[in-house]
Design a protein. Structure first.
Length: 171
């Protein structure tokens, strides 16, 4: 139930509609739902008006190989910037820290992150919002509203539909 409340809060905030919300009952970790990350600083860029959330990897979590599920040691850490749902009418970017997991002498893999798809620079909930908007608006309108390329919106919607719709039986 909390996930739906949070997504509604973020969705209403990105549409810039005024709705009184009591945020005293929500924890910041529940609103952002960045599992495995700890929020260090939230800043707004003065030039571009983007909201930037700087995160650091949570040291309480062990580094786990995404393929085998085996706990390993951290070889090195990498930083990546991903785009999230707009907050209060401004584009939101999250800078996260990922660990490279060393399993054995010659095996190293990047750990998994549940809120970001592999090889994607957009969060899963942002992709879900884009796909939901594609049901009601044109791709061109969404790309202008979110300041994304038209091909990016089309590919996100295509991937989401491919994942959610059942495969057609050719017979």
């Amino acid at each position: 139930m909390l996930k739906y409340k949070v997504s509604y809060i973020l969705y209403s905030a990105c549409l810039s509609t005024y709705r009184p919300i009591d945020l005293s009952t929500y924890r910041p970790i529940d609103i952002l739902s960045l599992k495995g990350q700890r929020v260090k600083v939230i800043k707004q860029d003065a030039d571009s008006k983007h909201i930037i959330i700087y995160c650091k990897r949570d040291k309480r979590r062990k580094a786990i190989d995404p393929l085998t599920g085996i706990k390993g040691t951290i070889n090195l850490k990498r930083r990546r910037t991903v785009q999230d749902m707009p907050l209060f009418g401004h584009a939101c970017f999250i800078e996260i820290e990922w660990a490279q997991v060393a399993i054995s002498k010659n095996q190293r893999r990047m750990e998994g992150c549940k809120f970001v798809a592999k090889g994607c620079r957009l969060t899963r909930r942002f992709c879900q919002m884009i796909s939901g908007l594609c049901r009601h608006l044109s791709i061109q309108t969404i790309s202008r509203h979110l300041s994304l390329r038209r091909d990016t919106v089309k590919n996100v919607d295509k991937a989401y539909l491919h994942k959610t719709l059942p495969v057609l039986d050719p017979s």
